[in-house]
Each structure stands twice: as structure tokens, then as C-alpha cells.
Design a protein around this ligand. Sequence first.
Ligand SMILES: Cc1cc2nc3c(=O)[nH]c(=O)nc-3n(C[C@H](O)[C@H](O)[C@H](O)COP(=O)(O)OP(=O)(O)OC[C@H]3O[C@@H](n4cnc5c(N)ncnc54)[C@H](O)[C@@H]3O)c2cc1C
Length: 316
Amino acid sequence: MTQDASNEAIDAVSNWYDCVIVGGGPAGLTAAIYLARFHLAVRVLDAGQSRTRLIPKTRNHAGYPGGIAGIELLNRMAAQAEESGAILTNGRVHDLVKHEDGFLIRCEDMNLHARSVLLATGVTNRRPEMTVDLHDEALGRGLIRYCPICDGFEVTDTRVAVIGTGSHGLREAIFLRSFTADVTLIAPDGPHALEDSDRRSAAEADVVLIDGPADDFSIDDARLSLATGAGRLSFDSIYPALGSIIRSELARPTGAEMSDEGCLLVDAHQRTTCAGLYAAGDVVLGLDQISHAMGEGGVAATTIRNDLAKLRPLLR
Ligand SMILES: Cc1cc2nc3c(=O)[nH]c(=O)nc-3n(C[C@H](O)[C@H](O)[C@H](O)COP(=O)(O)OP(=O)(O)OC[C@H]3O[C@@H](n4cnc5c(N)ncnc54)[C@H](O)[C@@H]3O)c2cc1C
């Protein structure tokens, strides 16, 4: 900890929380509900880019026959967290500094201090090359999709493409074959990077392989069209399988261990390898689903409560 940070930690005692949660998606908001209901002082800092916000309607999340819009689900969770006593604040956390009493958290123009921190910062999908407006319209109409586990059911027996290559792209294309017979794997730029064994697997699963490019997108009637190495093609839905950026950079200075891709490594109770720092949701290696994020948020919150109780009795 720098001297500067140390002084601030001593000065701003009024800004102390039992837990600061970075990220207000399903993982962070679930943890906030639990922690507030444990009578702990909890504050959520959120930059407002939850992947759940992008879901026009989730239909695989249990408890909502007919589905629920991602934004509506988040609003309900936020309302529940606030009515339980959590403080929710919009803002991006820039810095996390570990010190002997806990953490200093710098967010916009605020400095907060916490005995524990939960990182629930999620991931960002890499997008195909297209304007934001076109992307958002295509996403809203189900022409672009990012999660075959979530919505493969919705593309049953339709014409589907995956943009990607290598074993990751091929896995996603073969996964989609259990929903529809018409699956094409398009390399993002240039020839496919596939081993002979991958090409055999694609042939066995009847996945059509098309070399790149994959660009110049447009919405034509009810389909999404693009330029490919085999000319212009159109599909009912296109799944980008271009990987994602793991939003774990705040944890780097704390020395918490991560996978090669940057996912935070946690024990069975969501503790990272940095004492007092916990992680839940997509930022941890896992299923990347709302239910999984919520489950990890609940586990993390209960662990945080029990770990704090070892430091000082939580007596009412
Ligand atoms: C198009 C699409 C459709 C999907 N459909 C489904 C579905 O139907 N069913 C399903 O189960 N899952 C679905 N998913 C996956 C689901 O959205 C994610 O698994 C879920 O949102 C993960 O929750 P999380 O809390 O871990 O992260 P997120 O919901 O991504 O929330 C992370 C939050 O942390 C914030 N944050 C990050 N860094 C900082 C920082 N430095 N300071 C402050 N805040 C920060 C972000 O702004 C964001 O608000 C879908 C995903 C996409 C993209």
C-alpha cells in the first residue's frame, strides 16, 4: 500500500463498508441482497454494462414462464437489494488497493474502504465488425446471439451460422447441431484454422465450413446477411464465437491468481488467493449463465459473512 493510500484509509473511517461489491449484474446483486440481509454494510459500485442488460428476453432462467427481459430482471434484483439495505451506486472502479485492514477502492471521485471486496465484474464478448446500431438492432431481433446454451432452443430448425474457427468455434457449431441441421461455421478473416481431425469432426456433424471474411453485415428482410469467402450469405441467426475479455484487471495488483485467459481462480467458497478478496459470476471460470452467477453470488456472500465473523463477533 502506498503512503497516500494508507493516509486515506485512516482519514476516511466514515466510508468503511463490511463489503464493497464491484459489479451490479446477477452475481453482484445476489451477493448484495444476501449481505444486506446479514445486517452487514454493503455497497455495490457498477459501471452499468451487465451482459444481462443485453438480453432481449431470457427464456431459460427458471421462475419466469414466457421469459423475462434482462433489464427487467436486473431492475427487480436492484430493487430487492436496495429494500434489503444495500447501497447501489453507478460508477466505474479504477483502483483496488489492498492494505492491512482491508481495501481502498477508488471509484470515479470517491474513495471507499472495505473489510472485504467481491469482484463480480463479468466479461465482455468480442463482437463482429459492424456498427453499434446494426449490432444492437440485430441483437434485439435475435439475428445475433451470443449464448447457445441460453437460446439454442429458439433457433430450432432454422438456418444458423457461427463466426469463429479453431476448436472453440467448431465446438459451438457442433453444439448447435442438436438444435438444427443447418449450421455453417464461417472463419472471421481468411482461411479456417482447423486441424485435420477438426475438419473430420465438422464433416461427421454436417457442419458446413466457409472461409472468411465475415463482414459487411446487413439486415435483409428477416435475416442477417454478410460477405464471406463464398460470397454473400444470409442466416436466421448468427452466433459470434470470437471469445471474450475477462474483466479481472482490478485484481491484478492484489496478486490474486488467474487462469491464462484472466479468469479469477477461487476455492469452493469463492475466495480468491488474496485474503479478503472474493469473486463470483462470469469473471470466474464457469458456466457463464445467470443462474450460475447468482449461485456463486450467494456462496460468496455467505463466505464473506462467515470470514468477517472470525475477525469480529457479529452480534446484534
Ligand atoms: C446476448 C446475451 C444473451 C444472454 N442470454 C442469457 C440467457 O438467456 N440466460 C442466461 O442464463 N444467461 C444469458 N447470458 C449470459 C448472462 O448475461 C451472464 O452469464 C450474466 O450476466 C453474468 O452475470 P455477472 O454478474 O457475472 O456479470 P455481468 O452481468 O456482466 O455484470 C458485471 C457488471 O460489472 C460491471 N463492472 C465491470 N467492471 C467494473 C468496474 N471496474 N467498476 C464497476 N463496475 C464494473 C459491469 O459494468 C457489469 O454491470 C447472455 C449473455 C448475452 C451477452
